[in-house]
Design a protein around this ligand. Structure first.
Ligand code: ARG
Length: 458
């Protein structure tokens, strides 16, 4: 029998019941639901809206349900409409009439708005600490490779010399922004909706601030219609997670490239790669491919939420029940990806010799050769043209700027001297890029220190 059965003359059709029910995916909010109910009952008792003794009985009952659910002694009833109904019905079974008073001045509409906020607030915290762990792993790898020269790319063409450490630290900057977005989402959702009731608030003398205080919210929602129909916080969190996934996916894509024989800049640990059922030589970077693939899935979750909300009149509509599977999937997917990527990054082995070899091949010091002439007073545009001609000559002779004889340099520009070789050595090129944010080893060490400080704050 439904808790709302009074108005109805028939039992709900079994198919409607299955279609309508959300217990299969909202049961994961049972702790939040119980915490919300305990806070609500506490306040109802304090305000004498229900007798303090009944409030105590309710709280005791809720605590016993919590411990039985935690221990597995009590199982969720798949026939229940949702987690809110399940717990309320169970409470009444356990404590009798007092249980029926819990829902005074409350609706499932504000209850669910509360539960999701509580759940996602914690989920955001969990993701933030996982992102910090990933940053930590990247910093540790970067620290080992502040002098490891590799080509930096644009258009996936070798462009200018950088170091592997500098490259990894770029991801730390993205991840720091992800943390700040997750924190923003968490702070903005930290508003307590109970008291909005179904949509129009209540005539009972609630103390909403007290409930907010009991549950650790920083404020209460200011409009009862918005309090129950706002799902911005789900969308914001899914948005922040989507951007995070985009970053994980870009890193994954690079790792996939770096593992290939065409690059071979890194070797993944055997425990973090997989084989082929037919090709015995294969060692595949499946984890990173899955992260790249799952990114699309999370974007789908964000789209589900945005589309689900776009046409809804105020206030609550049942469409909004679809919010949970989408936002939970985004959280679960990102968390799973991070959990697997962190040890993969920790254990991957960079191969500096291959990076150095690739760096020597792509004329990535051509800009430095042009800068050399510009420093000697040749206008940069002329210097650029002269160096371009030198590169063309090297390609024709199948050689590199480092190996081209000085006569060939001098034939194009008399300003070239023996010290050109020093000026275009890749090590000089990297070490000279001491601009703030640049790849010079001391600058990268500063980046690492700054990033580590940023994640240990709070
Ligand atoms: N299971 C519902 C949900 O997830 C709870 C709120 C239901 N409210 C209602 N009036 N039907 O959105």
């Amino acid at each position: 029998m439904k808790l709302w059965a009074g108005r109805f003359s028939k039992e709900v059709d079994g198919r409607v019941n299955d279609f309508n029910s959300s217990i299969s995916f909202d049961s994961r909010m049972y702790r939040q639901d119980i915490a919300g109910s305990i806070a609500h009952a506490t306040m109802l008792g304090e305000q004498n809206i229900i007798a303090p003794s009944e409030s105590e009985t309710i709280i005791k009952g809720l605590k016993s349900i919590l411990s039985d659910l935690d221990s597995g002694k009590l199982a969720f009833d798949p026939e229940a409409e949702d987690i809110h109904m399940f717990i309320e019905a169970e409470l009444t079974t356990r404590i009798g009439d007092a249980g029926k008073r819990l829902h005074t001045a409350r609706s499932r509409n504000d209850q669910v708005a509360l539960d999701i906020r509580l759940y996602l607030r914690e989920a955001a915290e969990g993701l933030i600490s996982q992102v910090k762990e990933l940053i930590h792993s990247l910093c540790n790898q970067a620290e080992q490779h502040t002098e490891t020269v590799m080509p930096g790319y644009t258009h996936l063409q070798r462009a200018q010399p950088i170091t592997f450490g500098h490259h990894l630290m770029a991801y730390c900057q993205m991840l720091l922004r992800d943390i700040s977005r997750l924190e923003d989402a968490k702070n903005r959702m930290n508003v307590m909706p109970l008291g909005s009731c179904a949509l129009a608030g209540t005539t009972y003398p609630l103390n909403r601030e007290r409930v907010a205080e009991l549950l650790g919210f920083s404020s209460v929602t200011m409009n009862s219609l918005d309090g129950v129909s706002d799902r911005d916080f789900c969308i914001e969190l899914a948005g922040a997670i989507s951007i995070l996934m985009m970053h994980l996916s870009r890193l994954s894509e690079e790792i996939i490239l770096w593992c290939s024989w065409e690059f071979k800049f890194i070797e993944l640990d055997d425990a973090f790669a997989t084989g082929s059922s037919i090709m015995p030589q294969k060692k595949n970077p499946d984890i990173t491919e899955l992260v790249r693939g799952k990114t699309g899935r999370v974007y789908g979750d964000l789209n589900t939420l945005l589309t689900m909300m776009k046409g809804l009149p105020l206030a609550y509509n049942k469409d909004m029940q679809e919010d949970k599977e989408a936002v939970f999937d985004a959280v679960d997917t990102a968390s799973l990806c991070l959990k697997t990527m962190i040890p993969m990054i920790d254990t991957m082995k960079p191969i500096p010799a291959n990076m150095r070899w690739a760096a020597a091949k792509g004329f990535i010091n051509a800009t430095d050769a042009a800068d050399y002439l510009a420093r000697k007073g040749v206008p940069f545009r002329d210097a650029y043209k002269i160096t371009g001609t030198l590169v063309a000559q090297c390609i024709e002779k199948d050689t590199t700027l480092e190996e081209l004889p000085l006569e060939d340099y001098k034939a194009l520009c008399v300003e070239f001297e023996e010290d050109i070789y020093q000026a275009i050595s890749l090590e000089t090129c990297v070490k000279g890029r001491t601009v703030v944010g640049g790849p010079a080893p001391e600058r990268v060490k500063e980046q690492i220190a700054a990033v580590r400080a940023a994640i240990s704050e709070e």
